[in-house]
Design a protein around this ligand. Sequence first.
Ligand SMILES: [Zn+2]
Length: 152
Amino acid sequence: MSKYKVNGSYTWVDGKIGGCPVEKTSIDIKVWSSSSTDTTMKLEVNSKIAGVVKKMFEDIYNDPSHPVIESIGCFRDSDGYPGHPFGVAIDINPDHNPDTRDYAAPYNPASDPLSMNESHPIVKIIRDKYGWDWGGDWNSKKDYMHFSFWGG
Ligand SMILES: [Zn+2]
């Protein structure tokens, strides 16, 4: 596994950041699929925030608009953003929510219910209710799929 710098102050080596292991846990979340039936997905997250992530996705599942989640990811051991190696950032529906820096995808929030803008129910819940950062708010570039517990 390669070395990975996080914010210039931590180093990711062999499953540890700054010498501390990142405790991961796998949680099951219920989501609405594109065919309007529900399904269960697995998400690997930092164990310290597993409880809040579960509650967040219960809220999304219980939203009357039944927001569809067809693809989701959290933990990655190397990434341009520090949130993923710590398991505290979540990407949702990347094929409808581009990262203007390095991930091209169609983005049509007016016509595509999977493209998220600031009035989208998933943004309302994760950003407005739980206080996470949303990459759609960034100035230099946009990362519409990206939510993080601590920014970045
Ligand atoms: Zn991301």
